[in-house]
Design a protein around this ligand. Structure first.
Ligand code: RFL
Ligand code: PHB
Length: 388
């Protein structure tokens, strides 16, 4: 078969790109390795920047997000139990973030595309000939091999996808930092302890009290990379979380049975460039940030915006400028989000190798943040999202 753009991966990046291109009248085929149910079962991001919200609105998929998402105007940073509220709204000149789960967003995008060309459970997807004028994507489904001829391939298949993996050795330069810990996350149907997210630094390790709604929490604690989820009963998780929060917050916190529990490693990663002939990388296929700054999904959205503009320019306006500048434009924003996510991670986690000197520096960083409007402004403008 033939299409104009083959999109590999139906996570938020692939789905959103498909929606934006289809609205401009461009043919898309979306190929996903997993089933729709599996894609929806992955619990991930929860915080949307204003720019992401605006893009979803422009795509016409924002109705449920506005009805059910909860706008937040601040976050709390707790340092060994010492609280500091960052007024995001005031410090960023009137911007907010929206708390709305990635699962819900993915569902909205899937529903919006109902009836559009998608292949779920596509096995052995392979990208070929992207350095020629006639790229092809092949896949197997129900034992049959299919060939898709296309003009462009968008690699939106996440960190472990095939798009980056199919590049010849040396084609991409990669930059990586692997952190010596992960996050153990729990979802539970209880009301959040506070109206806003709490990011906590503690000698026992980082903790985060987040939420999905006014009746559902998503909480994380820093854990060793080899953590066995089965060794963490709900009671053990809540007890450990309480130890890392200020006593009055711990005392007020409601707990309940977990409905999901999983461990995620923390990593910073960037591949450069993002264009290889007629193959473009976007989202987690191109970069990973540690979740501390809540930037991963938002970066995927800004990549997709730039890429959609480039492809629409090519197909609808006869202009190559957007595609030619895609990589440089996206990377400029990606590196700033990498910097912010790394900085939040360094400030808030307990580093197993870090000595007393490092801990004093973390304390000094927090004290500086508390005392400096400029430092709070820097945090706020990055957290709500730098301009797209
Ligand atoms: P995804 O979501 O990984 O989707 C990629 C899709 O590609 C499919 N795929 C393939 N399809 C075909 N053939 C193959 N060979 C394939 N290989 C893979 C996969 O099955 C999948 O469906 O990447 P995408 O679309 O780029 O989206 C990126 C986001 O999912 C990610 O950045 C965020 O979840 C990161 N993240 C957060 N981001 C935020 O902006 N705010 C947050 O609050 C936030 N919190 C988080 C997070 C990520 C976390 N984890 C688990 C990594 C919290 C956590 C704990
Ligand atoms: C989440 O709700 O899952 C979440 C929120 C903020 C983060 C990371 C994850 O920084």
């Amino acid at each position: 078969m033939r299409t104009q753009v083959a999109v590999v991966g139906a996570g938020p990046a692939g789905l959103l790109l498909a929606v934006l291109l289809e609205q401009a009248g461009i043919d898309v085929l979306l190929l996903e390795r997993r089933s729709p149910e599996y894609v929806l079962s992955r619990i991930r991001a929860g915080v949307l920047e204003q720019g992401t919200v605006d893009l979803l609105d422009a795509a016409g998929v924002g109705r449920r997000m506005h009805a059910e998402g909860v706008p937040h105007e601040g976050i709390e940073i707790s340092f060994n139990g010492d609280p500091l509220r960052i007024d995001l709204f005031k410090r960023s000149g009137g911007k907010r973030v929206l708390v709305y789960g990635q699962t819900e967003l993915t569902r909205d995008l899937m529903d919006f595309r109902t009836g559009r060309p998608s292949v779920y459970e596509a096995e052995d997807v392979a990208v070929e000939g992207f350095d020629t004028a006639h790229p092809r994507v092949t896949y197997r489904r129900d034992g049959t091999t299919h060939v898709v001829e296309c003009d462009f391939v968008a690699g939106c298949d996440g960190f472990h996808g095939v798009s980056r993996a199919c590049l010849p050795a040396g084609a991409a330069r990669t930059f990586e930092r692997v952190y010596p810990f992960g996050w153990l996350g729990v979802m539970a149907d209880v009301p959040p302890v506070r109206d806003e997210l709490i990011y906590a630094h503690h000698e026992r390790g980082f903790a985060l009290c987040s939420m999905r709604s006014r009746t559902r929490v998503r909480c994380y604690i820093q854990c060793p990379l080899d953590t066995d989820v089965a060794a963490w009963s709900d009671a053990r998780f809540w007890d450990e979380l309480r130890l890392r929060l200020a006593p009055e917050v711990a005392a007020a916190m409601q707990t309940g049975p977990s409905i999901e529990k999983s461990v995620a490693p923390l990593r910073s990663f960037v591949a450069e460039p993002l264009r290889f002939g007629r193959l473009f990388l976007a989202g987690d296929a191109a970069h990973i940030v540690p979740p501390t700054g809540a930037k991963g999904l938002n970066l995927a959205a800004s990549d997709v915006r730039y890429l959609a503009e480039g492809l629409i320019g090519h197909f609808c306006e006869g202009s190559e400028a957007g595609l030619d500048h895609y990589s440089a434009r996206a990377l400029a924003r990606i590196w700033k989000a990498e910097r912010f996510s790394w900085w939040m991670t360094e400030l808030l986690h307990a580093f197993p190798e870090g000595g007393a000197f490092d801990r004093r520096l973390q304390r000094a960083e927090f004290d500086y943040l508390r005392g400096s409007e400029a430092a709070q402004t820097v945090l706020a403008e990055n957290y709500v999202g730098l301009p797209v």
